[in-house]
Every structure is written in structure tokens, then in C-alpha cells.
Design a protein. Structure first.
Length: 103
């Protein structure tokens, strides 16, 4: 049986923070140790988007992948085999899977 802390009477403090100015369209917690998030910067007419994996404990970026379009709100999921699926604003769908680097 998992026990959860009661934070109702205790003050909590942030482990880390991301700077303002970036729009986050989707979050997925992976294996209780990483956060996968789709972020968007730039203007509405010239958005720049990427998918980022961040370590939960310290906020360090593990990897990122540039996307051709921003992700729709909550348009990101991770399958049981680790495949990442994102739904893009232009209607496209991307499936990404990690592997060894290519040369």
C-alpha cells in the first residue's frame, strides 16, 4: 500500500522552476523520474516548437527534439513500449522512438 504525504498543513517548496516566456502545451510524467513536455516559443505567426524530456528531481534537460508545428493542448502521450506520440496543430501526428545515435 502506497502512503502519500498530507501536505494540507505543511508548506511545500519548489524543487525547480522553468523561466517565464515559454508556453507549455502538454505534459507527461514518465516512470516517476522524468517529465516529457511540449513547449512553444516565438510568436503566434512564427511559432517554434520542441519536445523536451526533463529530470523531475532537478529540472535538468535530458534531451529535446525540434517539432515542425506546435503540439495541440494535451496532445502528447507515451505508449507502453516508450514510443512518444504527439498531435500537431496542423493536424499531423508524429510517433517518435529513441534509439542509438545515427552518424
Amino acid at each position: 500500500m502506497t502512503q502519500r504525504a498530507n501536505l494540507g498543513s505543511r508548506r511545500s517548496s519548489a524543487l525547480w522552476q522553468q523561466p517565464a516566456g515559454t508556453r507549455y502545451n502538454a505534459f507527461v510524467v514518465c516512470r516517476e523520474s522524468h517529465i516529457l513536455h511540449a513547449e512553444q516559443t516565438g510568436s503566434r505567426f512564427a511559432p517554434q516548437a520542441r519536445l523536451v524530456c526533463t529530470r523531475i528531481t532537478d529540472g535538468d534537460e535530458i534531451w529535446s527534439h525540434t517539432l515542425p508545428q506546435p503540439v495541440v493542448s494535451n496532445g502528447c502521450s507515451v505508449a507502453a513500449d516508450g514510443t512518444i506520440v504527439v498531435c500537431l496543430r496542423d493536424g499531423g501526428i508524429l510517433a517518435l522512438r529513441g534509439g542509438p545515435p545515427t552518424r
